[in-house]
Design a protein around this ligand. Structure first.
Ligand SMILES: O=c1ccn([C@@H]2O[C@H](COP(=O)(O)OP(=O)(O)O)[C@@H](O)[C@H]2O)c(=O)[nH]1
Ligand SMILES: O=C(O)[C@@H](COP(=O)(O)O)O[C@H]1O[C@H](CO)[C@@H](O)[C@H](O)[C@H]1O
Length: 314
């Protein structure tokens, strides 16, 4: 690992247990904290994640609002989330004048328009047995140091029945090699694609958001380029279990990561598409081409009517 990344890793990596509740409550002061869950068809798990955050909020006062962003679910995600204690916003009902694009990044971008936290914590809605340290650990560096603007979680992420490091397949096979090639300063980030991370609103509203799965890698690179490596920190959150997609799905995710890094590294990619192969009804291979929306939503601060402390929900 080259020196800047090595130095950053040693200076900017902490553990969840380094941020005890007493310190967090003392550091929080008047800072408002929003927790946002992007959710697409997560009826089986979203309730457990919301309840974990709700219990943390009720017991410590560290969380001021819990929002689930419904990404176009066709199951009972919204009902389950609301029953568990979250405020639910459907992507079509937030900034309806700009329409809705498919993908995780779209709902993360729209969440900025319907939350009021100075700090926004993003937590995936497919976590299994989620622990409060996933949230408290991420808050630590942000509440303690005003210079920090983005905190990435890192953790063991085992696939079912496999070793502690078996998960994070797109991270290990695609994102990490791409960062080594194009953004070596970020090589100290253990989980660049982690779905659990937290940002200061003044950063999040100042950067564009990729519509799909490129949102995390784009945000990391943009934070580096806009604020510098010293504005980024990471916290070892221990272990994270979540729902896992199949290899073909991760291939489509990887295509979005590659297009995003290429855009950031060379100034533009010609969209993103990937042709995968399935067996048809006769047992023969059939090509299936997927095209991805590589568009980006503009920094929320440029959206007419948005103000940092005002919700825009229709
Ligand atoms: O179009 C999408 C795709 C994903 N997600 C949510 O984003 C999180 C992470 O997505 P996913 O589980 O697909 O990624 P993985 O964790 O498998 O990498 C989950 O809460 C999803 O419900 C979303 O809101 N909209
Ligand atoms: O890190 C990864 O390789 C992928 C896939 O993880 P697994 O191989 O299913 O453990 O998961 C992440 O990537 C997505 C794209 O950035 C994020 O949106 C997800 O939240 C994150 O889980």
């Amino acid at each position: 690992m080259k020196l800047p990344a090595q130095t950053w890793f040693e200076r900017s990596t902490s553990r969840a247990r380094d941020w005890p509740l007493a310190r967090l409550r003392a550091d929080k002061g008047v800072t408002r904290v929003s927790v946002v869950l992007p959710a697409l068809n997560e009826e089986a798990t979203v309730g457990g994640v919301v309840r974990m955050v709700r219990r943390l909020a009720d017991a410590t006062g560290l969380v001021d609002e819990i929002v689930v962003m419904d990404s176009g679910s066709t199951d009972a995600t919204a009902e389950v989330a609301e029953e568990a204690g979250a405020v639910v916003h459907h992507r079509d009902h937030v900034l309806p004048e700009v329409g809705s694009r498919p993908g995780k990044g779209e709902v993360l971008w729209k969440s900025l328009a319907v939350t009021s936290g100075d700090v926004v914590v993003f937590v995936d809605a497919d976590l299994v047995d989620p622990q409060p340290q996933l949230v408290t650990g991420l808050l630590g560096p942000l509440l303690a140091d005003p210079q920090v603007e983005l905190v990435k979680g890192c953790y063991d992420r085992p696939l079912a029945g496999a070793g502690a490091a078996s998960g994070g397949r797109v991270t290990e096979l695609v994102a990490r090699p791409l960062l080594a090639q194009h953004f070596p300063e970020l090589c100290g980030v253990v989980q660049p694609l982690a779905g659990e991370y937290a940002g200061r609103r003044r950063l999040l509203e100042a950067i564009p958001f990729r519509a799909g799965y490129g949102v995390e890698i784009a945000m990391l690179i943009d934070a580096l380029q806009l604020r510098g490596l010293s504005a980024i920190a990471q916290v070892d959150l221990g272990r994270r279990a979540h729902g896992h997609q199949d290899t073909a799905a991760l291939g489509r995710m990887a295509a979005q990561i590659v297009a995003t890094v290429q855009d950031r590294a060379t100034g533009g990619s010609e969209g993103a598409e990937i042709t995968q192969f399935v067996r048809d009804g006769y047992g023969r291979y059939a090509p299936v081409t997927h095209r991805f929306d590589t568009s980006e939503r503009p920094p929320m601060i440029t959206v007419e009517g948005y103000t940092s402390a005002q919700a825009l929900v229709s």
